[in-house]
Structures are given as C-alpha cells and as structure tokens.
Ligand binder design. Structure first.
Ligand code: HEM
Length: 460
C-alpha cells in the first residue's frame, strides 16, 4: 500500500494557522510545489489528501462512490447541526434522508419559490436610502434568510420569524472572522464558559433556535392542518419505506441544517456577483442588456434561463467558490485513485478552489470572464461549486435560481455603485470564502427599464 502522497513538511500547527488565516495562499503554494495531490496535516483534523485533478475527483464522486463515507468527516459540525443532520449521516441512513429532503428543492416545487424570491428582493431593496452606503453582504443575508425561512415555514411577518432571524444571524456571525472560525477546527476551544464566552453564547443561541423550531413543529401537529406547500409541511408528511415519519430531533436537526446551509452560502455568492458586475463595466453592460431584452421580465423562469446572467453566476462561483473544499471522503476499503493505491481510512478532500483555477481547464484563471461558460461546457469534475456525487448540494438548483432572480430584480430596478474602487480580497468566513469587508455599495438612483432602452432616473 502506498504512503500518503506529498506530505507537507510544514509543522501541523503552522498549517492550521495558514489554513485559517490565508486559505488561498495555503492552497496555491502547496499546489505550486506538489501539484494535483498533496497531504495536509492540520492540528485538530485527521490528515487528508487534497485532490484537484478532474480524473481523481471523478473516481471519488462516481467510480468508487460506494467506497467512501463523507458524513463522519463533518463531526465538527455536530455542535451546530446536531447528530441527525443529513450532512453528518452516511450509508443507507443518508440515502433515505436525501430521498425525504430532495423533493421540495426540485422540479415544480422550485418554481413556486421564483415569485417569492423576486418579491423579497424588491421589498428589502426598497428600504435603501439614496447615496447612503451599505454593506451588500448584510442585505444579501437578509434576503436569503427571508427566502429560506419562507420556503421552509411559509412564515413571513410572524413572531416566530422575527425571533429566529437575529438568533440565526448571530450564530453565523459567531464564527465569521478568521480568528473566530478556529472554533470550528479546534475542539478544545468548544468549551462553554458561560454567557460571556463566545462558545457559551453560541450554544445558548442554538438552544433558543431549537425551542422555536420545536414550538413550530408542535403547533403544526396540534392544528393538524398539513396542507401547505412549505418544506416543513412536506417533512412532516414524509414517510420512509417502513411508513415511519421523521422524529422531532431529526426534524429539528434538518431544519437547522437547511437554515444554516441555505442562506449564508447563497448570500456570499450573491455578494461576489454584485461586486464583479459593478467592478467590470463591460460585464454590467452585457448583463443589463440581456435582462432588458428578455421578453417577459415578469416571468422568473424566463429570467432564470438567460445565458449571460447564468454565465455570470457560474463564473462568480468558479473564481471564488463559496466552499473551497467539498466534504471529506473517507475510504471504507482500499481504493485506487489515479493509479495509486490507498489504504482503508484514507481521507480525501476534493478541492473546489484549486480545480477551478487549473490553467489547463480555465485559461487565465484569475480573470473574471463569464464568456468561458458560453464557449464550452465543463464536466461535473471540472466545475463543482456544489460538490458532487452522492453528496451533491441539495440546494444547488434553489441557490442558482435565487442568485439569478435577486440579481435581475435589483439590477433592473436600481442603479448601484461600489463604495470603494480598491479590489476586494477573499477572506475566510467560518467555513466559507467571502469578500473581505462584505462589499460596501450605494444605491445612486432608480432605474426604469423600457423596451430597448435603459433609463436611469438618478436623483428620484
Ligand atoms: C451558493 C450556494 C451554495 C453553495 C456554494 C453550496 C455548496 C455546497 C457544497 C460544496 C456541499 C458539499 C457537497 C459535497 O461534499 O460533495 C453542499 C452540501 C449541502 N448543501 Fe449546499 N451550497 C449552497 C446552497 C445551499 C442551499 C440553498 C441549501 C438548502 C436550502 C443547501 C443545502 C445543503 C445540504 C443539506 C448539503 C448536504 C448534502 C448531503 O450531505 O447529502 N446548500 N453544499
């Protein structure tokens, strides 16, 4: 059996420091030195083989998919998501849970969220005050949180929604800075030293969120009216092949997972998209022209099919993928990857960022160029912002729909400018890669789109 390939010489504590404080530097330097496969040793984590060759990724996602576990590599997330979250499960339990959770995120169901997304974007953007700077990430978090809460609960102005919103936002903020995100990697920091300690506060918030979720589940059961189209109703009605419903703890852990996975990620993707569109005038011009030329701007599904807008979203998630890595994959038996033998228990981490920056697939990879997605098709092992195989992100279709509709709604109604012309650098935010500072922007006027002419009413 081969040794692990290209073990990094850097001490494990220094690798942890680099991975937290400068993740892209860490990835790029090691890729330069070692290429497609290298073994990271980071204090607090098991050693793992970072892979960024499409063939290796294909073998992990598809050819050998049944030979890997992924959920157990997310053990560190149980303090947020609970032990019953789909992200933590493996094997047949995971497969069954995916079957229960997938339907609300696909097909016709998805279309029902289209108008909801446009209305929420319109409502939140209408609160902008002209020429008053704001942080785009905060606005995008408001929009995506409201979308996911309404999609899950069908609630909007309810008291429970008002209570949930700040608690969730606070919980996400508790791991937002590079320093605070060390809590996610180092178990010994996960200690509850009372309300004043960050971990203690996070735990208290989580308990409050769980109480609110339980109250909502109890209310639905008590009222017995399970006829809405929201995700919670579908989850309450779902039965496995033995005819069993989900337990309360399963329901709460899944609700938490969807709230957690479903809004911060999409908000970050959207913030990057607004940044690129306003940083690059030619991109903005093309995207506006396309939206303007769209026959039926009121039909969300028509907007969702616009090719250039789609390419802008794809390129946004290529250049700085919100998730730098997919979940880890642990071999349950010996495996062969790209002709090399690996022992049972070897952990692999398909690296989305490095794959998306390969010169041989994406010439000039540091350049934001949506056209590359119009010129050729990429395989699911070359372009993988949502991971792949049996763990492909459940919300991938919702997230892409949401990105396009929020962008189209706001771009066609408002004239925006960046608050600062300096290039924005990506920065770790918890487990994600987000624009440093959240992107300061300003609404400088309202825009009215007419048949073939964009009229800007600056000063209205
Ligand atoms: C731009 C937005 C998003 C990005 C970039 C993203 C990315 C990812 C990635 C990389 C994974 C791991 C896949 C793997 O290991 O192969 C994942 C898993 C997951 N995502 Fe997303 N995601 C986004 C939005 C969403 C949304 C909107 C939801 C739900 C409402 C969601 C729910 C989930 C769930 C439940 C999993 C775990 C799937 C499983 O374990 O089987 N995500 N996501």
């Amino acid at each position: 059996m081969n040794q692990l390939p290209n073990e990094l010489k850097t001490p494990a504590w220094l690798q942890l420091f680099q991975w937290i404080s400068d993740p892209l530097g860490y990835l790029e330097n090691n890729y330069q030195k070692y290429g497609d496969m290298f073994t990271a040793r980071i204090v607090g984590l098991s050693p793992f083989v970072m892979v960024s060759h499409p063939q290796a990724i294909q073998e992990i996602f598809t050819t050998n998919a049944q030979k890997f576990d992924a959920g157990r590599t997310n053990g560190i997330l149980t303090s947020f998501l609970g032990t019953e979250s789909i992200a933590i499960l493996d094997g047949s339990t995971h497969k069954r849970r995916r079957k229960l959770l997938m339907p609300p995120f696909h097909g016709e169901r998805l279309q029902t969220y289209g108008q909801l997304i446009c209305n929420i974007s319109q409502k939140i953007a209408s609160q902008w005050v002209q020429n008053k700077p704001f942080i785009m990430r905060q606005v995008m978090q408001d929009i995506t949180l409201e979308v996911i809460i309404q999609a899950i609960f069908g609630l909007s102005e309810g008291e429970r929604y008002q209570q949930l919103k700040p608690l969730l936002a606070e919980m996400l903020d508790s791991v937002s800075s590079p320093v605070r995100s060390s809590f996610l990697f180092l178990r010994f920091l996960q200690k509850d030293w009372g309300n004043w300690s960050p971990w203690g506060q996070m735990k208290r918030n989580r308990e409050k969120i769980y109480d609110l979720l339980q109250a909502e589940i109890d209310r639905r059961r008590r009222e017995g009216k399970l006829e809405g189209h929201d995700i919670l109703t579908l989850m309450l009605l779902a039965r496995d092949e033995m005819g069993n419903p989900m337990t309360d703890i399963e329901l709460k852990d899944e609700l938490m997972t969807l709230l957690f996975a479903g809004h911060e990620t999409t908000a970050t993707g959207l913030t990057w998209a607004f940044y690129w569109i306003h940083k690059l005038p030619e991109v903005k011009e093309k995207v506006l022209k396309e939206i303007e030329g769209c026959g039926d701007k009121e039909d969300p599904m028509k907007i969702a099919k616009l090719p250039y807008l789609t390419a802008v979203c794809q390129e946004t998630l290529r250049i700085y993928p919100v998730a730098m890595l997919t979940f880890g994959r642990v071999a349950k038996s010996p495996v062969e990857i790209m002709g090399q033998q690996f022992a049972t228990e070897t952990m692999f981490a398909p690296c989305i960022y490095l794959t998306h920056h390969r010169e041989d697939i994406y010439p000039n990879p540091k350049q934001f160029r949506p056209e590359r997605f119009l010129e050729r098709e990429y395989s699911p092992y070359e372009y993988l912002p949502f991971g792949g195989g049996t763990r492909l992100c459940i919300g991938y279709a919702l997230a892409q729909l949401e990105m396009k509709l929020v962008l189209a709604t706001i771009l066609s109604n408002y004239h925006l400018e960046l608050g600062d012309q300096k290039p924005i650098k990506p920065q770790r935010r918890g487990l994600t890669l987000a624009p440093g500072g959240g992107v300061k922007m300003m609404m400088t006027g309202k825009r009215i789109m007419k048949n073939s002419k964009v009229t800007e009413l600056v000063g209205t």
